[in-house]
Unconditional design. Sequence first.
Length: 189
Amino acid sequence: MIIYLHGLNSSAGSEKARLMVEYCGKNGIACAAPTLHHRPGEAMRQIEKYLADGKPHTVVGSSMGGFYTTWLCEQHRHLRGVLINPAVKLADKLSDFVGVEQKNYNGGEDYLFEQVHLDEFRALETNGISDPQRYLLMVQKGDELLDYREAVTFYQDAVHIVEEGGNHMFVDFPRHLSTITEFAAQTAS
C-alpha cells in the first residue's frame, strides 16, 4: 500500500494527492491519501491507523508530509519513504507563524497556528535516517519555499532525484509516478 501525505495547509484534494491516487487505482495499487489534521499529534494518530496491520507500506510525503514520512519510517522500520521537496527541521521554519490564522488551501478550514503546533513538530524531528536505502528523495532546485540543499544533505545517502528548476509544487509530478510505484513495489518484496 502507498500512503500519500500532503503538505501544510493542504489536503487529500491537492493535485499531487489526486494524481497519486488515480495512478495507483489505474494500476491496481492500493493507495490512501488522508486529509491530515492541522495538529501534528492528531495527524500522526490518523496515519498510525493505516500502519496498524504491520505490513510493509510506502509512505509518500510532500513538504510537511515528507517531514512526517521521515518520522514514520524511523519509527516503523518496515516502511519505505518517498520524499517530495521535504521539509527538514520544520518547527524552525514555522516559528514566525505562531499566533497567525491559517487557511487550508484545498479544504477551506481555518485554524490558529499555536505554540503547541511547534512543540508537536519538534517532538517529531529526527536527527538523521537509519537506513538510506529505504528512502527516495525527489527535489527541485527551484523550490521557492524550502532550500533543496537541506534535504540533499539530510538524506545524503538516500537515492536522489535532483532536478534543475521546478518549484515547491514539484513541476511535472506525473512524470515520476511510475518511479514512485516501482520504489514502493520493492517494499512488498
